[in-house]
Design a protein around this ligand. Sequence first.
Ligand SMILES: Cc1cc2nc3c(=O)[nH]c(=O)nc-3n(C[C@H](O)[C@H](O)[C@H](O)COP(=O)(O)O)c2cc1C
Length: 176
Amino acid sequence: MWENEQQKEQRMDVLEAIASKRAVRHFTTQPIADEDLRAILNAGRRAQSSKNTQPWTFIAIRDRQTLQRLSECGAYAGHLAGASVGVALLSAGPTNFDLGQAAAYLQLAAWELGIGSCIASIYEPERAREILGVPDAYSCDIALSLGYPDPTATRPAAPAGQGRRSFDEVVRFERW
Ligand SMILES: Cc1cc2nc3c(=O)[nH]c(=O)nc-3n(C[C@H](O)[C@H](O)[C@H](O)COP(=O)(O)O)c2cc1C
């Protein structure tokens, strides 16, 4: 993961990670080390969930053919085809809110390690379940692409305010 103490000290803090993280949809061919992948998946495992039910199962996928097939299960899931690793987020529970928590943890942990990510909405969950051998009882609506950001990819310039509504528009204190 980190080769020496200096690298360790260069880790970002949570606020910095939140402020700087952008969706990354183009990746280099640099593989993600097993140790780093496990650290990312472990961060997802540590997420909070309603009544601590932890309804999730994560399937980490490196197989290129599987990633290609999964990328065809959603109109905006194409980036999975070029990911170093795809992670399908499965839930046995009725709500995706818990999965959203896990996804955020996974993505922020990846970002700290210099690994970019993007959510892929799966519009054809039955097809995705069949590809991955997932039982019917599990939702299969969300996957993540993970990989080192491709520096040559043309990315849209960072929009004003990092593409977020302003603080004053979003936040109110005490009352509406
Ligand atoms: C619930 C959810 C579903 C998303 N689905 C997709 C998707 O199918 N394909 C995709 O490329 N990005 C998807 N995204 C990523 C968003 O488009 C991205 O986070 C948003 O545009 C902000 O990008 P930024 O962080 O780079 O500013 C999804 C994000 C969320 C939270």
